[in-house]
Design a binder for this molecule. Structure first.
Ligand SMILES: *[C@@H]1O[C@H](CO)[C@@H](O)[C@H](O)[C@H]1NC(C)=O
Ligand SMILES: *[C@@H]1O[C@H](CO)[C@@H](O)[C@H](O)[C@H]1NC(C)=O
Length: 337
């Protein structure tokens, strides 16, 4: 690396703070080797590099409510309850300058119903870099916490990580994937961070967002959705109250859920339980059409039907819901186009 490049990199790393103090020693260093005009330029635009390198600042982190609303409307299918809760919850939280606790969402549903996808939409409408943001952290149980015997290590690691990440940027987002595969107890180790504390060891967690993703409770959601279907009622009539107690109870009492008897639920630290309904054939078609539209200007309904017909549906007799939701459509679409 040339000295010049090294200076630029140093600048990029330090200017995030946005203070002229942090800039001062660097600009002096540069002045030695570089034209005075550059120094003058930097002095008059001390925050200029905030635009090139991701910083914990509004240039990089700001909530776009319209964006989230439009995305939920156009990209998430068959999830009227989840769409409504997510928009309300995130909007309320992000427009509050002084939240009393971090936002904690717990998303529940069958495979492929869009739990990861919803988290991505939220991230994309808060962070300019979306899921690639260095302030968005994803923990996957089977990847980050694979061995139950190491649980005591994971606990302190997880605490250190989250504390470090939030000290770096209070608007950090944490996504815990596969909560159902997480050892119960591990999640309790971060409980204090989710609670109503002003500060813990000098760090405030109140502006962070925690999202838990889990299949737990998915079977109850399927049952209820099937009940509505069998009674000839529209799935849009299903309301949160039809599912909320059902899901929280089953999640709390399911020793496979990662939330097993956790005080997170006991103490109401989870702000919203978000149920995702199993997807029907028509929703899969919508998913495929949306994906085609993203790839080419003219989506082809015949191809969408072919892809949707290729999937497996359950229960065996009625074949209403896609076993894998919209999850496998991408490879199938590659095959048909
Ligand atoms: C917010 O999202 C809307 C809809 O996607 C988009 O048109 C608009 O440009 C976005 N606003 C900002 C500030 O990014
Ligand atoms: C932030 O979290 C990541 C995991 O996403 C971890 O690798 C990193 O060390 C953490 N940063 C700090 C400062 O603790």
């Amino acid at each position: 690396m040339t000295p010049k490049k090294r200076h630029m990199l140093l600048l990029l790393m330090l200017v995030c703070s946005g203070t002229t103090e942090a800039l001062e020693p660097i600009s002096t260093t540069i002045a030695v080797g570089m034209a005075a005009t550059l120094t003058a330029f930097l002095a008059s635009y001390p925050n200029i590099f905030n635009y090139f390198h991701e910083c914990c600042r509004p240039e990089w982190i700001s909530f776009n409510r319209t964006g989230l609303e439009v995305d939920l409307e156009n990209k998430l299918f068959g999830q009227h309850i989840a769409s409504r809760i997510i928009l309300k919850a995130v909007t309320g939280f992000m427009s509050n300058d002084n939240p009393k606790k971090p936002l904690v969402l717990s998303l529940h549903g069958w495979t492929g119903t869009g739990k990861n996808f919803v988290s991505k939409l939220i991230a994309e409408n808060i962070y300019k870099e979306g899921m690639h943001s260095s302030f968005v952290h994803v923990f996957t149980s089977t990847l980050h916490f694979p061995h139950p015997s190491q649980n005591h290590i994971y606990k302190s690691q997880l605490q250190q990580w989250i504390k470090g990440n939030v000290s770096n940027c209070e608007r950090s987002m944490f996504i815990f994937d596969e909560m159902d595969k997480m050892h119960p107890g591990l999640i309790d180790s971060i409980k204090p961070y989710l609670d109503y504390y002003d500060k813990l060891e000098g760090v405030s967690f109140r502006k962070a967002i925690f999202i838990f993703l889990s299949n737990a409770g998915g079977d109850k959601i399927v049952q209820k959705t099937l009940e509505f279907w069998k009674a000839g009622r529209s799935r849009k009539e299903i309301e949160l109250k039809d599912l909320e107690t059902l899901v929280t109870l089953s999640v709390f009492n399911d020793d496979q859920s990662g939330f097993f008897h956790t005080s997170l639920i006991d103490k109401n630290l989870v702000d919203f339980f978000v149920p995702l309904l199993p997807l029907e054939y028509r929703h899969v078609v919508q998913c495929v059409l949306a994906e085609m539209k993203a790839r080419q200007p003219q989506p082809d309904k015949d191809v969408a039907d072919k892809v949707a017909k290729d999937l497996v549906y359950f229960p065996k007799s009625e074949r209403i819901f896609s076993v894998k939701g919209c999850k496998t459509i991408f490879s199938k679409l590659d095959y048909y186009t």
